[in-house]
Design a protein around this ligand. Structure first.
Ligand SMILES: [Fe+2]
Ligand SMILES: [Fe+2]
Length: 274
């Protein structure tokens, strides 16, 4: 793929001692781009949450280590084993001798031989379980929308930040650190569209049971939603809006996914048509 100029977003603070590491893809090749965030919680025992894509390794490590020293990193929490969440897992574990990798049994099974971190550096934390990181107890809670069976989000009761992994994903017109400049309708439609794309099972699920999973997240009373594919959702009002968009995602009409005609157009614009 042709190398295109990429907007650089420095890490941003979204809550006390809590930071988003930003990356994105699609800029310049599509009408919208997609965030590829990860998170740093700089508590007594610093926690990294997801690791972005391997293609961004160099910048990702610079960003992470601008916030925390490698030897201070105590935990690496992986929300699920998709490559846009595990891309720099090994790079991080190799540089952080005191880090424990927080995964679960099925993640390890699914990663198979691709995971070379030894078992004595793992911790298995499943949905509904918690992780004591010294000055706070983080809760692993599966988001309502997910595209891998291993998924758990992460709630920090001391800051009110909930990491939703792939949940609350939305396209961006331009790379943005938070959602504040988004048009409400564009955002609502974006969440519904991405939710249906990543979780087509939403259209098959019993709605009463699905809504109960949204209730579970609403009950956290989070003040910030963060995730890999969304700018930060800051404040209770926007959190409520994201929850409402999530509730209505299965019943919202969304645009079909791009097809071969779109790919032909991309190649025409890039001048790479056959
Ligand atoms: Fe995923
Ligand atoms: Fe993802």
């Amino acid at each position: 793929m042709t190398s295109l100029p990429k907007t650089r977003l420095e890490p941003t603070q979204i809550a006390p001692e809590t930071f988003l590491i930003h990356d994105h893809q699609g800029e310049g090749t599509a009408p919208v781009c997609v965030a590829l965030n990860s998170m740093v919680i700089r508590g007594r025992e610093p926690v990294i949450v997801d690791t972005g894509e391997a293609i961004n390794e160099e910048q990702w490590l610079v960003d992470v280590f601008s916030l925390v020293e490698p030897e201070d990193v105590r935990w690496l929490f992986i929300s699920h084993d998709d490559i846009d969440h595990t891309g720099n897992l090994h790079a991080l574990m190799a540089r952080c001798p005191n880090a424990t990798l927080v995964v679960n049994w099925f993640m390890v099974e699914r990663m198979g031989g691709a995971l070379t971190v030894p078992p004595n550096r793992w911790r298995w934390v499943g949905d509904g379980e918690s992780l004591d990181v010294g000055d706070r107890v983080l809760q692993a809670i599966r988001p309502p929308v997910f595209d891998a069976p291993t998924t758990r989000g992460l709630f920090d009761p001391t800051t009110g930040v909930y990491w939703g992994s792939d949940c609350f994903a939305t396209p961006m017109l331009t790379p943005a650190p938070d959602i504040s400049e988004f048009d409400d309708e564009f955002w609502f439609q974006g969440i519904a569209t991405f939710h249906q794309y990543i979780a087509p099972w939403l259209l098959l699920a019993d709605d009463r049971r699905y809504q109960a999973t949204v209730d579970r997240i609403a009950a956290l009373d989070a003040t910030v939603f963060a995730g890999t594919h969304t700018p930060a959702v800051l404040g209770r009002e926007r959190v409520r809006w994201a929850l409402e968009a999530t509730r209505r995602s299965p019943s919202t009409t969304v645009a079909p996914q791009p097809d071969q005609a779109v790919l032909d157009e991309i190649n025409r614009v890039l001048g790479t048509a056959a």
